[in-house]
Design a protein around this ligand. Structure first.
Ligand code: F0G
Length: 455
């Protein structure tokens, strides 16, 4: 098992967590329609639903909140935010948004026409939904090694370059327009796996030849850069900041939810060097988010993000963060739980169908595991399988993701997760599947209601 990393901080403020009984959790599950998005957070002991907006801010971030300039236009907080984003991305034009999907909506409106194709290493769910909502067809081309759950390949988040070239050629021959290519770094729905600098560079070359705009979804660009520094030949002596900037230099447009590597509880941005795109995005920003200098955020949020972006580049922080993920993943692997290997940047991914082979896909084995983790240990994880994606695409594996909030949980919390799996293991053949009793047309996993299927 990987050693637990030493935290490069100490704790100054605490948030109480209330213990609950199994009966209480069973009642809450029923009330929530067995959808853990509908559970109250007070009933959760270790919340690994997402790493998005759930991190702990540093003392520097809390201090920065007091500097918030809440002017509607021209706030000083925006200047600090803009400078921080320019520094992080190396891009000139910066538009703040209230969270990542707002950036995706603006991008979709500006670049996608109904019937266009969009291509990616793999889209995140909100990105995919926003692009499909505009009438696009989506093609995902993850690297072949990403299908292998076991191998130690260093950059399983890469796009399959040969397939990309082939797809672009075919679409061109058929006279079909490609609106954009999205590289998601790290690749959230593929094990949180990194994308190499080499893959980014070559992708940019291919896209240039076909005149397709290159979009980078940079939610976890700092974590991605840490993997590049550790694994890519020739990168070991560069700073994380330099690697992030070079990674993003290949993109025409960068979007980021600063709820992830922005180390903030809210926010996001669009950044580009292209003035034509900046002007077009600006119109939609004013229409949907707010004026150019706040984009749906308060001045104090802009301040916290400006500090957080910088902190995410500290190597001691990233070593701790990625070490924590490796600790949990290796602990589960030692118990025989099938986890995606090597561990990714922000989360551990379990192949629920492999662990619960008796539950058919149509009965959502991932959700069965998610429900069992909560019932047994008040641990909240999230399904990334047929419930989340079954309507939009062919799902390869029924995954359950446990995402680690940044700077929040201790070793004992993670040991509690390991123990919960340990207690479930001998009983797991008794777990049963679920059926959907209500679902909305888009992003159904957030709002769906389920019922147990009798064993
Ligand atoms: N892109 C990626 C790769 C993401 O992981 C997310 C959010 C978004 C875009 C959208 O950002 O939530 O600020 O609107 N991911 C969270 C998660 C929700 O749990 O992985 P948002």
């Amino acid at each position: 098992m990987e050693p637990y990393p030493l935290e490069p901080f100490r704790i100054k403020m605490t948030e109480p967590v209330r213990p609950t009984t199994r009966e209480e959790r069973e009642r809450l599950l029923q009330k929530a329609g067995y959808n853990v998005f509908r559970l109250p957070s007070w009933s959760i002991l270790v919340d690994l639903l997402t790493d998005s907006g759930t991190g702990a801010m540093s003392q520097e971030q809390w201090a920065a909140l007091f500097l918030g300039d809440e002017a509607y236009a021209g706030a000083r907080s925006f200047e600090r935010f803009q400078a921080a984003v320019q520094d992080y991305t190396g891009k000139r034009f910066v538009l703040p948004v209230h969270q990542g999907r707002a950036a995706e909506k603006i991008l979709a409106q500006a670049l996608i026409q109904p019937g266009d194709t969009v291509i990616s290493n793999t889209f995140f769910d909100t990105t995919l939904a926003n692009f499909l909502f505009r009438g696009a067809r989506a093609v995902e081309l993850p690297a072949p090694e990403s299908h292998d759950f076991e191998s130690d390949a260093p950059f399983k988040g890469n796009v399959d370059l040969a397939a990309l070239e082939q797809t672009l050629q075919d679409l061109k021959r058929r006279g079909r327009r490609v609106a954009l290519f999205t590289m998601t770094i790290t690749n959230n729905t593929r094990g949180g796996q990194p994308v190499s600098l080499d893959n980014l560079r070559r992708t940019a070359e291919v896209l240039k030849a076909y005149e397709v705009p290159f979009h980078i979804d940079a939610c976890r660009a700092s974590e991605n850069a840490y993997f590049i520094k550790k694994r890519e030949p020739g990168q070991e002596s560069r700073s994380i900041a330099e690697i992030v900037r070079e990674s993003l230099s290949f993109a025409d447009v960068v979007t980021m939810s600063t709820k992830k590597d922005g180390l903030a509880n809210v926010g996001g941005f669009i950044a580009t060097d292209r003035e034509d795109l900046y002007r077009e995005f600006s119109q939609y920003l004013v229409l949907w988010e707010g004026f150019l200098t706040y984009g749906g955020l308060s001045g104090r949020d802009l301040e916290a993000i400006a500090v957080g972006l910088k902190e995410s580049l500290e190597e001691s922080y990233l070593a701790y963060r990625i070490g924590q993920v490796a600790y949990l993943a290796s602990g589960l692997r030692e118990q025989g739980v099938p986890v995606y290997w090597p561990p990714g940047g922000h989360a551990v991914y379990v192949d629920a169908k492999a662990w619960l082979p008796h539950i058919p896909r149509e009965q959502f084995p991932g959700q069965a595991l998610v429900v069992a983790l909560y019932r047994e240990g008040a641990v909240r994880a999230v399904e990334l399988g047929s419930l989340m994606f079954g309507k939009e695409k062919q799902v390869e594996r029924e995954l359950v993701r446990m995402a680690l909030p940044r700077r929040v949980y201790t070793q004992r919390h993670l040991d509690h997760v390991l123990e919960t799996f340990g207690r479930l293991a001998p009983e797991r053949h008794r777990l049963h599947g679920f059926r959907i009793v209500y679902e909305p047309p888009y992003l159904r996993h957030f709002l769906a209601e389920l019922a147990p299927v009798a064993p």
